[in-house]
Every structure is written in C-alpha cells, then in structure tokens.
Design a protein around this ligand. Sequence first.
Ligand code: ZN
Length: 90
Amino acid sequence: MFKFIILAVVAYVFYRALKSWILPKPDASRPVSDRKAGEIDDIMIKDPFCEAYFPKRNAVHYRENGEDLYFCSTSCRDQYIQARSDEKTN
Ligand SMILES: [Zn+2]
C-alpha cells in the first residue's frame, strides 16, 4: 500500500513536470492576433525630460497646468519637476 502512494506521488510530480515542460511551446507559436488586445494602446511617446521614446502604457503620468506629461520613470518625472521649480526660483 505504501509503495502505491509513493508511485502515485512520483507519477503526479512527473506529470506536472511534463505538463509545464510541454505547455510553453504552443504558447510561442500562437498567432499574433491573439496578443493584439493587450498591445492596442502601445504607442511610443517621448519623455520630455530624458527625450527617450517608450511605450505609453509604461509611462509615469504627471499633470501640470492642465497639460498631460508622460515620463519613462518616476525619477525622470521627479527630476523634471525639480528642474521646473528651479527655473521658477531663479
Ligand atoms: Zn526618462
């Protein structure tokens, strides 16, 4: 009886390993149309601080005087705000 349980556990682990090894393959050959929904808003925009182009969905949004600004990272946004406030004080 104990041997049977071990065999069942081994068979289950083997089945799980086999499944995870086989499954990623059909995913890669999936047609592009399947992934289109998630990429529909993937527009490239320019960071006004570092002038790098990046996908809009990864953008850090900042609104200043009714103007929408998009940054590639929070550090770019913070540096941009810092630069703007330095302009005002000088
Ligand atoms: Zn940037």
